[in-house]
Design a protein around this ligand. Structure first.
Ligand code: ZN
Length: 433
């Protein structure tokens, strides 16, 4: 359907107001308008409302099918991905995930093992239409010395297909060993990575956070936290991160993931936290699939009664940047998933009610994470921008989000890519006990 020449005109493309820049159109109540998209030399040369009622000669008639910009996935763990067959979660709990993954890391995460699983994940993400992806990288000694060089090699190998970013991952208690942590921050800076930790309500949390911020300032790093991935209402590390950002005068970007406990806290507590998050300019990413899997997991044969996601609507209403992302795929933290951001968006629509109205929620998987990741021009459709977009069969939200859209067409630099997904059997030899 898409000419191999890379030079063509798409007529009757259904584009969304929230992710299409500079289009003077009347958008319908779902945020859509029909437009002509002209592509040449890997770029979108123009997006314009169709002047004539007839499809222009030589144009490809999309007949109202939806065209969205390629996805940006700002929170993943492709170093953990796909270990499930050899290391399942014994009971589906967070503790089960932590222990199983830790044991697998110590026993199995050689450079080759990490590289092959990362490559598998990136091939899936690319095939599904993702253009940029941030992965957390388990950086508990000695894994940081194995995984960071693999990440750097992988980033080079994938440049131009998937823009890869890395953030180190360790429990905040690891920051107590300041000499080691400072060395890690230096290593992350050398790799042009992002400084990340998992925050828990440890007694010295504020002091440890100050040290994390000091290292980020010293090396000019952005920050990325896992915070409050629990139903414990006493978990308020999101607020502590916001306070630390304010009193350290931090000017870089901060992304905070999960923030599950916030949804369980009393309003007065929530309002205070959201005020501080907004003031500090934090961006928040919710991970609906992983949260559904791990949160409110019960081992007594009772049914979960809580979705696990954080308060994205309240945050957005205050102008806080909010995103959703994949998180874990086929590892003890989440038994499923394939880095398909359409699946994430579909799940988010259902779990978080990204509908009625849809408004600008499509930005949560495109423009907003692109902004947080400092990726100019990613996550939007615009004249003069890269011709990186996904053509779907669906012509409305209900059509788009009711089927997996496995036959979507992913266009990169103006050309349709080969969307073949990697075969699970490729990893079989890594899964032998
Ligand atoms: Zn995560």
């Amino acid at each position: 359907m898409i000419p191999a020449s890379g030079s063509y005109r798409l007529a009757n493309a259904r584009v969304h107001q929230s992710v299409t820049l500079g289009l003077a159109a009347t958008f319908d109540s779902d945020g859509f308008a029909l437009a002509d998209i002209t592509v040449a030399d890997g770029k979108i040369s123009s997006i314009a409302v169709q002047a004539a009622s007839k499809v222009p000669a030589g144009a490809i008639d999309l007949a109202g099918r939806i065209v969205l910009p390629c996805f940006v996935d700002c929170h993943t763990h492709i170093d953990k991905g796909h270990i499930w067959p050899r290391k399942p979660n014994p009971d589906g709990t967070f503790t089960g995930a932590l222990n199983a993954t830790g044991a697998d890391r110590v026993a199995r995460w050689s450079a080759e093992d990490v590289a092959r699983r990362m490559d598998f994940s990136l091939r899936s993400a690319y095939a599904h239409g993702t253009r940029a992806l941030r992965t957390h990288i388990d950086s508990v000694a000695p894994q940081e010395e194995i995984s960071w060089p693999v990440f750097e090699t992988m980033r080079e190998a994938w440049r131009g297909r998937v823009e890869l970013q890395g953030a180190c991952l360790l429990g905040i208690e690891g920051v107590r060993d300041k000499k080691w942590f400072d060395r890690l921050a230096k290593r992350v800076a050398a790799a042009k990575g992002v400084l990340g930790v998992v925050t828990y309500m440890v007694p010295d949390l504020e002091e440890l956070l100050d040290h994390v911020f000091a290292q980020a300032i010293k090396h000019g790093l952005d920050l990325d936290f896992h915070a409050d991935e629990t139903d414990d209402i006493a978990a308020i590390s999101l607020k502590k991160i916001a306070e630390a950002a304010l009193w350290n005068g931090f000017e870089g970007n901060i992304l905070v993931g999960h923030c599950c406990s916030l949804a369980r806290q009393p309003d007065i507590e929530v309002l205070d936290t959201l005020d501080k998050v907004a003031k500090a300019g934090l961006a928040i990413v919710s991970l609906p699939m992983c949260n559904l899997y791990l949160q409110d997991r019960r081992t007594d044969q009772t049914t979960p009664r809580w979705r696990g996601v954080t308060l994205l609507h309240e945050m957005k209403a205050r102008g806080i940047a909010v995103a959703v992302a994949s998180d874990n795929t086929r590892d003890p933290f989440h038994a499923y998933g394939d880095l398909d951001m359409l699946e994430v968006y579909r799940m988010a629509t259902r779990v978080l009610h990204f509908d009625h109205p849809v408004g600008d929620w499509p930005q949560a998987v495109t423009a907003t994470p692109a902004h947080v990741m400092r990726l100019d021009g990613f996550g939007t459709l615009t004249a003069g921008g890269d011709a990186d977009f996904v053509l779907f069969k669906g012509r409305s939200w209900t059509e788009l989000l009711s089927r997996p859209e496995s036959d979507r067409i992913v266009v990169r630099a103006g050309r349709a890519i080969d969307r073949q997904l990697p075969d699970y059997a490729e990893l079989d030899e890594l899964m032998v006990e």
